[in-house]
Ligand binder design. Structure first.
Ligand code: ADP
Ligand code: MG
Length: 477
């Protein structure tokens, strides 16, 4: 048995590698920077966790969400790994200070890109022996991607200052243009290997439900299916409203999760959901990127997603354990209008921002508090591009255009009568898969034929949860 297989068995308890893991690990062990695209739930974390044990220094993992970091940290701790820490905004000042003073004692350091950009934090990283630098959910680097985070654009600069340690970029959803951005930003002047795999998720059945009354549909669907699931909303208020309605009618606990829920509550809710104490989450996109709950049986989109990238990322949270799962979009004609409206809104915001063209830095600072989040993001891009307003204007115009096209692609996906899986694969430029699946989508087999694994149905029938018990647990009554 070679070292890798031994580690895989002894540390992680797995008998074989999953798709793409061995290739990525071998590439890193041969000292090559690596960029891997693997579908959601295939085990990207192992691609950096395992080789870390074969390197003598530290592994830094840049991760975009607190929930995702907490999830990864608790997973490593469960495996018995103690030298792991997450540096993010939930740490109070004394804890942060303590972690920074003792940074070299941790093997795995998770950090948000914003925290890494803080001067006092970055200083401490320069003294480390970083033998692997990981950018998880690397699509956040692309201004064209669905989760763009401006602080990701500093990574190139940060890597340079850290003497370009061995780098691994991981993501599940990258179109060709997003892949190019990742390559340019992270590896432009360095050698790197790429491992790109198809986004196909064989165990997810894709369905679009055209319904008059979405709440009615949910109530009857959920009454029959007592299993862990996520319902995604575009609006925080709607997520809360539906969670209240569902809690009234269902015999198990439903919670809501969005950006305005305090960070402590978010961690708590995520943990309860992972432990099956909360059965269903009504969430916005703030929940989930990379969260590893294995037995999510269904993901429902109450509102139409604005792009296939977002849809594939979110629906991909179902069935990480490989068992049969379902993704449903609830659709009413005209649902796409809200996205066009928001895109127009953003176009107007851009026009307003042009008012700042040629203003001095001091003046820009004065206006900063009046700007929207989008406008602040654009300003960061502008600064990075040396305040080139003309190219900015062009870029924003084409971005607006691209967003519109993405929403049109999404509308086409829900309206069309072709295989939905194939539409997704085409969109991501993945090769045609000649083997037809027996459980594919509602355009290939009637939805009545979809069935969950029988053992799952029985498992969750037994686990009806008493919501009073949960409230007692929550408030330690
Ligand atoms: P991703 O980041 O690709 O979405 P994760 O790294 O969170 O996925 O892993 C998904 C699940 O797959 C985890 O429960 C993990 O324990 C499991 N897993 C990872 N590698 C293997 C393996 N080689 N064999 C079996 N299960 C694995
Ligand atoms: Mg992941």
């Amino acid at each position: 048995m070679n070292n890798q297989t031994k580690l895989l068995k002894e540390k992680f308890g797995f008998s074989s590698f999953k798709l793409g893991q061995k290739e990525t690990i071998d590439s890193l062990l041969s000292g090559k920077n690596t960029f891997t695209v693997l579908p959601t739930g295939t085990g990207k974390s192992l691609c950096y966790q395992l080789p870390s044990y074969m390197f003598d220094g530290q592994t830094v993992i840049v991760s975009p969400l607190i929930s995702l970091m907490e999830d990864q940290v608790s997973q490593l701790r469960k495996m018995g790994e103690k030298s792991v820490v997450a540096l993010n905004s939930t740490l109070d000042y004394p804890s942060k200070k303590y972690v920074l003073n003792n940074l070299s004692s941790f093997k795995f350091i998770f950090i948000s890109p914003e925290t890494l950009n803080q001067e006092e934090v970055f200083q401490c990283f320069s003294d480390l022996n970083i033998t692997l630098f990981v950018i998880d959910e690397a699509h956040c680097i692309s201004e064209w991607g669905h989760d763009f985070r401006p602080s990701y654009l500093q990574l190139k600069h940060n890597l340079n200052k850290l003497n370009n340690p061995l780098t691994l970029a991981l993501t599940a959803t990258a179109t060709e243009s997003v892949k190019k951005d990742i390559e340019n930003e992270l590896f432009s002047s360095r050698d790197f290997h790429t491992y790109f795999y198809s986004v196909n998720r064989e165990n997810i059945y894709y369905q679009v439900e055209e319904c008059e009354d979405k709440v009615d549909f949910l109530l009857s669907f959920l009454a029959e299916k007592n299993m862990p699931g996520i319902i995604y909303f575009s609006s925080k208020r709607e997520a809360e409203r539906l969670a209240a309605t569902l809690n009234e009618h269902l015999p198990y606990s439903v919670a809501f999760y969005h950006g305005d829920v305090s960070s402590q509550d978010r961690v708590k809710i995520q943990q309860q959901f992972i432990n099956d104490d909360i059965r269903i989450l009504c969430a916005t996109s703030a929940f989930g990127m990379g969260v590893n709950k294995e037995n999510i049986r269904f993901v429902i989109h109450y509102h139409l997603p604005d792009s296939l990238e977002n849809y594939v990322q979110e629906s991909g949270r179902a069935g990480r354990d490989g068992k049969q799962s379902i993704s449903i979009i609830l659709y009413q004609k005209g649902d796409e209008r809200i996205h066009y409206y928001l895109q127009d809104e953003s176009f107007h915001q851009k026009k307003d921002l042009l008012f700042l063209k040629n203003k001095s830095k001091e003046e820009l600072r004065k206006y900063h508090s009046l700007l929207s989040d989008n406008q602040k993001k654009w300003l960061i891009s502008l600064e990075k591009n040396n305040w080139n307003w003309d190219s900015f204007e062009q870029k924003i115009n084409s971005k607006q255009f691209e967003k519109r096209i993405k929403t049109q692609d999404m509308s086409f996906y829900v309206e069309n009568k072709y295989c939905r899986r194939q539409s997704i694969l085409n969109y991501f430029g993945n090769a045609y898969e000649s083997i037809k699946q027996t459980c594919c989508c509602d355009n290939c087999q009637p939805k009545e034929m979809f069935e969950f694994d029988v053992e799952d149905v029985h498992l969750f029938e037994k686990k009806v949860i008493n919501s009073e018990e949960i409230i007692k647990k929550l408030f330690l009554i």
